[in-house]
Write a protein that binds this ligand. Structure first.
Ligand code: GLN
Length: 545
């Protein structure tokens, strides 16, 4: 019989952006360090069916899982911290729940019942939380938003019910709050925390543990006060100070006793020791870097770094692999429409063009590719960044002056075109130009075959890879010969040879464009080979200039 997992429900209060996702991921890592298996899930109260159609400005990047789900970026934190691959079944939104319920209602599945928030919506939420937990010791379930949000209510109600329905001692409520410091008064304030716990208790949830985010040490007197007013044990008031790096968070929270308190709550009073050596190693490497490289990321959502969360982290991992600090220069691609790239890119040791949608900024990105190619600066093009590299080579090396992508209209010679059919394993996918935008891209893990002796085969150390995709358009394989004739090598293709997956330029110090998103699979303790290789090349470049 499968064992019954224990559940940890993570909620947030006072304000958003407290690092609830990170705290959940770090707690997962700490439980793993003590030898337990974990699974992390996210409940998002918004009405979108998934974040796939949301602007990165609204909600940061869309994180894609192996099985092709477009999910909240917190799932990226979960994967990076625990190494457990997330699935479609690890992120749910109000939109998805309602669309499932309405479909059932239309089919008549409710047999004439009045369909209501309680019990129908709450039951769906509970089913999701309890479903397919696998053989794990702990399921950590984070609720998006803040207690008191109207749209979050059904989720809190579902968790409250679970608290009563699960066997005693099987669940723990962890509430993340903020202790603001008022400089003029010289005081740390506990009132917002008291209020948010009061709000939680008014809907029937008594938190077991409080993780109090704070800029300063929390004095003992304040901890006692919080414990008393919020009805928790003093040892359960855990201080969460800002850490020097997100990868130092598991170490910091362990010091504060977060994992010990959680295990104690479950009655595990003498838990196995935590082996945090891999986190310590990362922390040592990050605290003592051997120099710094500057990487220019030429994108279009650069004012909101969360839009490129996984890229940022994968670059940091590449830095860890090479024991250097990576400084990211965020560059707005549109700037290159009025200014030469040289002015801003001169100091960069590597140039990365990330994924993106739509025409805005693409001419600037193409200029950045040209600059990197001609000046022999390491170049890494991801998804749209690969398509830009192909268009640049077509225009400037193969004299196809109007080379473009059908994403930007029908005028030019479209070396990149809309994909209408593709296969995964034995399954064939089809679409037309008019299909819904949501959930109809080539999504999730697909295999690719790498050319013998190519830079990428060398980097991966294998000829067969699997990487995650999220795109609608593809480089047209018909142009392979004319582009290879001018020096662009198609060094990775789909197993059937139809879809170009990787291009590189032999003879250039490091020039790689990939149709997939390698950043999604990079981990601090297992940096992605292409990010390690790219940063390694940037280190070489930094020695030249
Ligand atoms: N817009 C391009 C496409 O849909 C690239 C997508 C991306 O960079 N993720 O193919």
């Amino acid at each position: 019989m499968a064992k019954q997992p224990r559940y940890i429900f993570i909620t947030g209060g006072v304000v958003s952006s407290l690092g609830k996702g990170l705290a959940s991921a770090a707690l997962g890592a700490l439980l793993q360090a003590r030898g337990y298996n974990v699974r992390l899930r996210k409940l998002d109260p918004y009405l979108n069916v998934d974040p796939g159609t949301m602007s990165p400005y609204q909600h940061g990047e869309v994180y894609v899982t192996d099985d092709g789900a477009e999910t909240d970026l917190d799932l990226g934190h979960y994967e990076r911290f625990t190494g457990v691959s997330a699935t479609q079944g690890d992120n749910i939104t109000t939109g998805r729940i309602y669309s499932d319920i309405i479909a059932k209602e239309r089919r008549g599945d409710y047999l004439g019942a009045t369909v209501q928030v309680i019990p129908h919506v709450t039951n769906e939420i509970k089913d999701f939380v309890l479903s397919d937990a696998g053989d794990v010791d702990f399921v950590l379930c984070e609720v998006g938003g803040t207690v008191g949000d109207i749209e979050g209510l059904p989720f809190f109600e579902a968790l409250r019910q679970l608290g009563q329905e699960l066997p005693r001692g099987q669940c723990c409520f962890l509430h993340v709050t903020l202790l603001p410091y008022i400089a003029v008064a010289g005081e740390m304030k506990t009132k917002p925390t008291q209020h948010s716990v009061k709000e939680l208790r008014s809907i029937g949830i008594q938190p077991d543990i409080l993780l109090c985010r704070s800029e300063r040490e929390i004095p003992k007197t304040e901890r006692q006060k919080i414990a008393r007013f919020c009805n928790v044990r003093e040892s359960a008031v855990i201080q969460g100070l800002d850490a020097r790096s997100i990868y130092a968070v598991p170490l910091a929270y362990h010091e504060e006793g977060l994992d010990r308190e959680v295990l104690n709550h479950f009655g595990i009073l003498t838990p196995p020791d935590a082996d945090l050596s891999k986190w310590q190693e990362i922390d040592n490497t990050q605290s003592n870097p051997d120099g710094e490289v500057r990487i220019a990321v030429v994108g279009k959502y650069t004012v909101l770094p969360d839009a490129y969360k996984s890229i940022t982290e994968a670059l940091v991992h590449g830095g860890i692999a090479n024991e250097v600090k990576v400084k990211i220069l965020w560059i707005e691609a549109e700037d290159f429409e009025t200014m030469e790239p040289e002015a801003v890119l001169r100091g960069a040791h590597g140039i990365l063009v990330p994924g993106g949608f739509g025409e805005r900024g693409t001419e600037g990105k193409i200029k950045a590719v040209q600059y990197a190619r001609e000046k022999k600066i390491p170049y890494f093009g991801i998804c749209l960044g690969m398509q830009m590299a192909v268009i640049e080579a077509a225009r400037n090396l193969a004299n196809m002056n109007s080379a473009s992508s059908s994403e930007f209209g029908d005028e030019g010679e479209n070396v990149v075109g809309l994909m209408t059919e593709w296969t995964r394993g034995n399954e064939r996918f089809e679409r037309t130009a008019n299909t819904d935008l949501g959930g109809t891209m080539r999504l999730g893990a697909y295999p690719a075959v790498l050319a013998e002796g190519s830079l990428v085969a060398e980097a991966y150390g294998t000829n067969e890879i699997s990487e995650r995709h999220r795109h609608r358009y593809e480089v047209n394989i018909e142009y392979r010969q004319s582009l290879e004739d001018v020096g662009l090598r198609f060094s990775g293709v789909s197993p059937d040879g139809i879809l170009p997956e990787i291009v590189e330029i032999p003879g250039h110090p490091w020039f790689v464009g990939v149709q997939f998103h390698p950043e999604l699979k990079s981990r601090p303790f297992d940096p992605h080979p292409l990010f390690s290789g790219f940063i390694g090349a940037a280190v070489e470049q930094s020695r030249l200039v």
